[in-house]
Design a protein around this ligand. Structure first.
Ligand SMILES: [Fe+2]
Length: 419
């Protein structure tokens, strides 16, 4: 029986499979757009990652299950050679879902046999594989949501679950935050309990001007006011690229909002239903978040402002572990001096470009391609979403997507200058 790091990885992989339990083989094979991958591909790719980077370290004579899988399921590692084109992942009707399940079982069997005494580098690789698997858990959910959102039948990923009724969130309060010279970022750590990605390091100082953060994320009701006020028809609210995106894509509301008379319907993983005004707005691009903030007389926080607010806050909230799979309204009352919902519900766009911190050192070898080469033309998001595993997150965690991306669980928290 596996113990320690291998056991932890196997536990995470078992959750991946539970997340896919309601999907048919047809659901699992289709790629709904270039940026999204089929579930089957995610299942195989995370397995390939372990097979390629960890298993040769665990078994001296390890032979790949199928040497052709390296070409099919390598995502973007140039160091490992050529690979199947990303936009064509949905064409891979073979290997079948059953064969991919078998692939997973065979790799898991090796992990299950591994001993407890791992050398330090092997343990590090397995911990990275665990965190990688968790990232793909969120992607499986965002990508299947996008796929179902394209289907006129609006299929449900699962049956709707009854939740306790939530009362309306309290109006936004502006909460002054620490300013001046501050430390952000993480110390390097590659163990099960102290793992951080290379892009979170090193700890370093930043100078932060006086500012306040909104006490909670922007709600659907507030975003609807922006729409009704002509937000999508007012070019002066938008960045130039954002206005181009509005016009070329015909955006008039967040992704998954569908106009129905005077109101909107919303695609969720539990099917389509009316937009709920009290829930945090989700599935907006950076451009929409920025335009909303301008309309509201505010701006988006920088990533350091966000991190400083979150550094003493426990990583708790509506995360994947809650199994709600949709953002929940903020509390109707809070006496806390800290902003609510920093973790979970929706990833929060920051106005920080995704760049290396001063002193950044990429992981060594092929893992150096994991984060560093994407530090261009993307914006940082913070805080995780209702699709993010709790154990995957921390205050220093940096997510990143291009400013036009809307299929992730991306929402808005506002900030204001106080100087
Ligand atoms: Fe990956």
């Amino acid at each position: 029986m596996a113990t320690g790091t291998c056991a932890a990885l196997l536990e995470v992989r078992a959750l991946t499979e539970r997340l896919c339990a309601t999907l048919t083989p047809e659901d699992s094979a289709v790629q709904a757009m270039d940026d999204a991958s089929p579930t089957k591909w995610h299942l195989a790719h995370t397995t390939w990652f372990i097979e390629t980077f960890a298993l040769p370290r665990l078994c001296r004579d390890y032979q790949p299950v199928d040497p052709r899988f390296g070409y099919l399921f390598n995502s973007y590692y140039e160091a490992l050679g050529p690979r199947h084109e990303r936009p064509k992942r949905g064409l891979l009707t073979r290997p079948s879902l059953r064969e991919v399940a078998d692939y997973r079982q065979r790799v898991d069997a090796v992990l299950a046999e591994a001993g407890r005494d791992l050398d330090e580098e092997t343990a590090r690789v397995l911990v990275l594989a665990l965190n990688h698997e968790q990232q793909h858990q969120e992607l499986i959910l965002t990508d299947i949501k996008y796929l179902f959102g394209q289907n006129p039948l609006r299929p449900a990923y699962r049956e709707a679950r009854a939740l306790p009724a939530a009362s309306s969130p309290a109006p936004v309060r502006w909460m002054p935050q620490d300013a001046g010279l501050q430390w952000i970022g993480a110390k390097e750590g590659r163990g099960l309990d102290d793992f951080v990605f290379d892009n979170e390091c090193p700890r370093h100082r930043v100078f932060v001007e006086p500012h306040a953060l909104a006490s909670r994320p922007v709600t659907c009701g507030e975003y609807r006011d922006f729409i009704v006020d002509g937000g999508y028809e007012t070019p002066t609210l938008w960045l130039s690229d954002g206005w181009s995106a509005v016009q070329s894509n015909g955006w008039h509301a967040p992704l998954y909002w569908r106009r129905a008379g005077d109101s909107f319907l919303l695609t969720t993983l539990e099917g389509e239903r009316p937009v709920a005004d009290d829930e945090p707005v989700c599935h907006v691009s950076y451009y929409e978040a920025d335009a909303f903030a301008r309309w509201a007389g505010a701006h988006l926080p920088t990533e350091e402002e966000w991190e400083l607010a979150a550094r003493e806050v426990p990583v708790e909230g509506n995360l994947l572990d809650s199994d709600v799979l949709h953002p929940r309204p903020a509390p109707s009352f809070s006496s806390s001096a800290r902003p609510a919902q920093l973790f979970g519900d929706v990833w929060e766009w920051t106005r920080s470009a995704y760049l290396p911190y001063s002193g950044f050192r990429p992981f060594e070898g092929a893992f150096g391609e994991y984060n560093g080469k994407f530090m261009m033309n993307q914006m940082v998001l913070r805080g995780g979403s209702c699709f993010t595993p709790q154990s995957h997150l921390r205050a220093t965690y940096r997510n990143f997507f291009p400013p036009g991306a809307r299929w992730q669980m991306s929402g808005i928290r506002l900030a204001r200058d106080l100087s």
